[in-house]
Ligand binder design. Structure first.
Ligand SMILES: [Zn+2]
Length: 270
């Protein structure tokens, strides 16, 4: 999560002083050989950036998102890496601010033109808003809520794998909230659609921003009621009940899925 002493903001007016630089080429993050954030001076050889905005303060230190288009060569002495690969290496604070930077960059790139009338947008000076100068339509960063649920039956957990998971990995169920739907209704509907079982006793666990590309994961525990598992064609490649002492490969520690699983395991193993 974002560090407790991080205050988000958005401004095209850049403050003086050395910032923390969240530098991105295409969708790859620029880091030092020691997996640290680059100094502002190290970015000079890249030339004029595509995006350079203030995205918050860590304590009193300004944090800047600075980006260049895909294909720009990384300057000597810096490496480019995917965000997922940086988890656990960049440090938690820098990782989650990088995740914020990444989501804001996606939003800026996806709203260069007005969705209503097609006119090129401008970015508000002190608010994360892309504004159409022709029709005044305002476009804000998108956050897409998605539920996650880990279903228990005694000592067993219902785990599933989607076709895009790496081979052998299973996780809790997940799915996007539909317009007009409550989160709780989404959990029941997605569970029925994905595996065909009914559940009860939803228990809130935690939420996590998931910047691939702009999800907010909302995680629950739940108890099984009835039904045989029927994996949803095209969505769920395989699903089953796994005893807590015979689990398949689970998601990595960056994901809320893993924290949800670890929470259930700690409780069930007492
Ligand atoms: Zn417009």
């Amino acid at each position: 999560m974002l560090p407790p002493d991080f205050t988000p903001c958005f401004s095209t007016a850049l403050p003086a002083g050395e910032p923390l630089c969240f530098a991105i080429i295409g969708d790859q993050h620029l880091v030092t050989p020691e997996t640290g954030l680059p100094a502002l001076a190290a970015l000079v050889p890249l030339g004029s950036p595509e995006v350079d905005v203030l995205i918050g303060h860590l304590g009193t230190t300004p944090c800047r998102l600075i980006a260049w288009p895909d294909g720009t060569a990384a300057p000597e002495g810096l490496a480019i890496e995917g965000l997922r690969a940086l988890y656990g290496r960049l440090g938690d604070d820098a990782f989650w601010i990088s995740a914020r930077a990444r989501q804001l960059l996606s939003w800026l790139r996806d709203h260069r033109h007005c969705g209503r009338c097609g006119t090129a947008t401008t970015v508000a000076e002190h608010e994360a808003a892309a504004i159409c100068p022709a029709c005044a339509h305002r476009m804000y960063p998108r956050v897409s809520p998605a539920m996650m649920v880990l279903i228990r039956r005694g000592r067993e957990l219902l785990l599933a794998r989607s076709p895009h998971f790496k081979p052998g990995m299973y996780s809790a169920l997940a799915g996007f909230v539909e317009p007009g739907e409550t989160l709780e209704a989404c959990v029941h509907r997605e569970t029925m659609e994905e595996v065909g079982v009914t559940i009860t006793n939803l228990r809130w666990f935690a939420s996590q921003s998931w910047p691939f590309p702009h999800s907010l994961m909302l995680a629950f525990h739940a108890d099984y009621v009835a039904g045989d598992i029927v994996p949803q064609e095209g969505e769920i490649e395989d699903a089953g009940w796994f005893d807590i002492d015979a689990l398949p490969e689970l998601p990595g520690p960056a994901s809320i899925a893993r924290r949800l699983l670890d929470d259930a395991l700690a409780e069930l193993r007492g």
